[in-house]
Design a protein around this ligand. Structure first.
Ligand SMILES: *[C@@H]1O[C@H](CO)[C@@H](O)[C@H](O)[C@H]1NC(C)=O
Ligand SMILES: *[C@@H]1O[C@H](CO)[C@@H](O)[C@H](O)[C@H]1NC(C)=O
Ligand SMILES: *[C@@H]1O[C@H](CO)[C@@H](O)[C@H](O)[C@H]1NC(C)=O
Ligand SMILES: *[C@@H]1O[C@H](CO)[C@@H](O)[C@H](O)[C@H]1NC(C)=O
Ligand SMILES: *[C@@H]1O[C@H](CO)[C@@H](O)[C@H](O)[C@H]1NC(C)=O
Length: 462
């Protein structure tokens, strides 16, 4: 039995080591980008990391010796980050959610793959390679005859596609209905393979060599659908409300996505999160379910979040984020603005986001996807993109054998009358910033850009 204070201490220690690692990674990333060869620069960081771990172990040992003293040192209210993640109930666009109100705490690139001093769940390194051949063999498979063979194999070996998929005459779920659909599936399968391959490459390049461990925190943003064996990691502002509608229909909580109102999606649903299961339940689902992630162009997602939370009345984001942002970054702020926290400008918001000493913590709506969903640790089977959401979501639904009349909805939940956040609109917002601010915004989301193959948003960036 490890006492609570010790756990707290450990989690803080872990936080420290994570911070260092993060800094290392950022440095690595930047250097790597400039030189295109990151191998040589990895050494110093790894070295410092090892050193820190050594020191950490020593500190832990000393603390173990002195438990009783520690109990007194640890005041109540110490952050228990990582062990008990707050706001389980929190949902993707719910307002009172996801914020870690921990002033000054920088939540930059949390790195997966860190060993935590807290006894973590040990997982084997998941290999879901059944429907992705080795990279080398892939290109050779492009011959027409082999394509069909391979295509069928792809479908058959998908973890969720049912038994009957080899029966091509059967039009039951999990099989394409027509030759056109068959080719579309083939194309989309290849896109998936390319995305997963790229992500593995990026992860391999930037991940630590330290053993991979998964804690409940890593899976706290993942929704579970047991009937169709789906795990969906919610990424706010990347179609997550509509995905929740889908999950609710799949699990029988509703018969159609159309009947689910916005509030029901976010407050009244009974979707389960993966971290609500015990260790075995988590492991088993991670190993056998289809793990799904939908991503979006990082800066568009950011602008979308800003518009949603700050350009519209909001009883949570204005007081909790708006007030500290205005009071720190606005010169001669009016009393009204300081009191309500309303009217944060995009520039002020970006100052907050890029500030190493943020006056208020991070939030899931602008936290990089590479941190929210731990893609290097969880090896997602399906990486969809918001930009091609409908096609890809429907492909996934058909492949998982979802009812044929269930298709991905196109509701725009928040502020339906407002213009959708587009590339054009995003550029208009970023035009208000300096080149150096744009560069820092890009750097902030750099891992997302790399992992999900989004191209550089502005020409003048490096
Ligand atoms: C496939 O079907 C056969 C017989 O219908 C059954 O025995 C087998 O368990 C099924 N396999 C899977 C993976 O569902
Ligand atoms: C394949 O389809 C045919 C015709 O639809 C059906 O008779 C047969 O039972 C199916 N076989 C399997 C294994 O599903
Ligand atoms: C990345 O995207 C470009 C187009 O923007 C595409 O040509 C390329 O194949 C993609 N790379 C991977 C690994 O998906
Ligand atoms: C889909 O079909 C099921 C029955 O097969 C029905 O209960 C449901 O309402 C239908 N959904 C839609 C969106 O039509
Ligand atoms: C702030 O207010 C003071 C006094 O009203 C004024 O002199 C000063 O120029 C203002 N500063 C800015 C940046 O507006």
């Amino acid at each position: 039995m490890i006492s609570l204070p010790l756990l707290m201490q450990q989690s803080e220690l872990r936080q420290d080591s994570r911070m260092l690692w993060v800094e290392c990674r950022i440095v690595d990333a930047l250097r790597g980008r400039r030189r295109m060869r990151a191998t040589a620069v990895k050494l110093p960081c790894s070295f410092w990391f090892l050193l820190l771990f050594g020191a950490g172990g020593l500190v832990l040992f000393i603390h173990l010796q002195d438990l009783s003293e520690m109990v007194q040192q640890q005041a109540p209210g110490v952050k228990l980050r990582g062990t008990a993640r707050q706001s389980r109930e929190a949902l993707c666009t719910q307002d009172s959610e996801g914020v870690r109100v921990s002033p000054g705490q920088d939540q930059r690139p949390a790195v997966e793959g860190l060993t935590s001093p807290i006894p973590p769940m040990q997982f084997p390194a998941f290999q879901w390679t059944r429907h992705s051949a080795t990279p080398g063999s892939r290109e050779q498979d492009m011959g027409s005859l082999r394509v069909t063979k391979r295509h069928r194999k792809l479908l058959k070996t998908s973890p969720v596609v049912s038994n009957n998929s080899h029966n091509s005459s059967s039009s039951s779920s999990g099989s394409p209905d027509s030759p056109e659909e068959s080719w579309q599936w083939h194309r989309l399968s290849h896109i998936q393979e390319a995305r997963r391959r790229l992500m593995k490459e990026v992860c391999a390049k930037y991940k630590s060599s330290i053993s991979r461990t998964i804690t409940p925190h890593h899976v706290s943003r993942i929704y579970v659908e047991d009937k169709y064996k789906l795990l969906y990691c919610e990424v706010p502002k990347a179609g997550c409300s509509n995905w929740k509608r889908i999950l609710m229909v799949l699990s029988g909580l509703a018969s159609s996505t159309h009947e689910i109102k916005h509030d029901a999606v976010h407050y009244g649903n009974h979707l389960k999160r993966l971290d609500s299961f015990d260790r075995q339940g988590i492991t088993q689902r991670l190993e056998t379910y289809t793990k799904v992630l939908f991503v979006r162009e990082p800066l568009e997602r950011l602008v979308s979040a800003f518009r949603d939370k700050f350009e519209n009345p909001n009883t949570y984001y204005h007081p909790v984020f708006g007030k500290p942002i205005i009071s720190k970054y606005r010169v001669n702020a009016s009393k009204v603005a300081l009191r309500t926290g309303s009217g944060v400008t995009f520039q002020e918001f970006m100052q907050y986001l890029l500030d190493v000493h943020r006056p208020v913590g991070m939030d899931i709506h602008w936290e990089p996807t590479s941190q929210l969903c731990s893609p290097c640790l969880l090896d997602y089977n399906f990486i969809g993109k918001f930009e091609t959401m409908e096609e890809e979501a429907n492909f996934l639904l058909r492949r998982t054998g979802a009812p044929h009349n269930l298709t991905f909805p196109s509701f725009k939940d928040r502020n339906p009358k407002a213009e959708r956040t587009s590339t054009h609109l995003t550029h208009r917002y970023f035009a208000q910033l300096s080149t150096s601010e744009r560069q820092r915004a890009y750097d902030f989301y750099y891992m997302d850009y790399l992992m999900f193959n989004y191209s550089k948003p502005f020409k003048d960036l490096y």
